[in-house]
Write a protein that binds this ligand. Structure first.
Ligand code: SAM
Length: 264
């Protein structure tokens, strides 16, 4: 997969691209990330990327020309001919649809994505309407620029690419893991080990020591009974989801035992 990031601050990504799983994915060639400095696509001696908004108002906007020229240089299929399941051009914006784990799965199945980072008061809207097939927000708050949002998306997507995580099932078993509604519904009290989290938050986890400053790890986790461990984890995941994100329960894959636990 290839990601192109359009930004006026390419230096922002330097240490990000050299860190952890992302660095490994780049070095093994599972993913390519190219940053493009929008100032390289300007034509004036001040390398101007912004201009005042028509109609007045605070602040400046990224002007269309450097962004259009940069996209043209990337050989991306123009709209409306673009097959967005293969190539996607995304404007990062607080006005966009919210980026979620299912959206990350969709993007991970795409061969090429282009992320356009806004700055100042945002980006001339023609960039959105004429170049982009998606407008994504990483949450209901306003950042100073799209670079953090691009990093969030690249980091989330890379973990979903085949061969990036040691255990390919890892992403199924964590928070927002695949909705396993296609799997047969187990009505027994023991969710099968192969189930994903089914859209719940992850369960709490502990490592050594079993006693840290008097706080004990739940004994069930150290007793070695895998059935009881799975039951405990499912219950803990349900409790945590109910406490922190009850909105997720409506869409989660719950079996009879889960529903019973929730009503206890
Ligand atoms: N005037 C814009 C508004 O109120 O919607 C906010 C512009 S913001 C200060 C500058 C840039 O940061 C945006 O163009 C966008 O690229 C990025 N940005 C800010 N918040 C974001 C978010 N929640 N998700 C994605 N990008 C965001």
């Amino acid at each position: 997969m290839r990601i192109d990031i359009l930004t006026i601050f390419p230096g922002f990504f330097t240490s990000f691209l050299e860190t952890g799983i992302l660095r490994r994915a780049l070095s093994t060639g599972v993913m390519e990330i190219h940053t493009h400095d929008l100032r390289d696509f300007t034509h004036d001696r001040h390398r101007t990327v912004d201009d005042r908004p028509f109609g007045g108002g605070e602040g400046m906007l990224l002007k269309p020309q450097p962004i259009f020229d940069c996209i043209a240089s990337l050989g991306i299929t123009p709209l409306p001919h673009r097959d967005t399941t293969r190539e996607s051009v995304i404007l990062l914006s607080p006005q966009g649809r919210v980026f979620t784990q299912p959206v990350a799965h969709t993007l991970a199945a795409t061969e090429r994505i282009v992320l356009i980072c806004g700055r100042y008061e945002g980006v001339d809207e023609r960039v959105n309407t004429l170049l982009c097939d998606r407008e994504l927000s990483i949450g209901d708050y306003v950042l100073t620029g799209g670079e953090l949002a691009a990093a969030v998306i690249a980091d989330t997507v890379v973990r979903l690419l085949p061969g990036v995580l040691g255990n390919p099932d890892s992403s199924l078993h964590e928070s927002f893991g695949a909705d396993d509604s296609q799997a047969p519904q187990a009505d027994d009290a023991v969710p099968r080990a192969t189930h994903g989290s089914g859209g719940l938050l992850d369960y709490p986890q502990y490592t050594r020591p079993a006693d840290y400053q008097g706080a004990q790890v739940p004994p069930v986790l150290t007793d070695g009974n895998h059935v009881l461990v799975r039951q405990w984890r499912r219950r803990a995941a349900l409790e945590k989801t109910l406490r922190n994100r009850p909105d997720l329960l409506a869409k989660a894959s719950l079996n009879k035992a889960d529903r019973k636990l929730l009503h206890e």
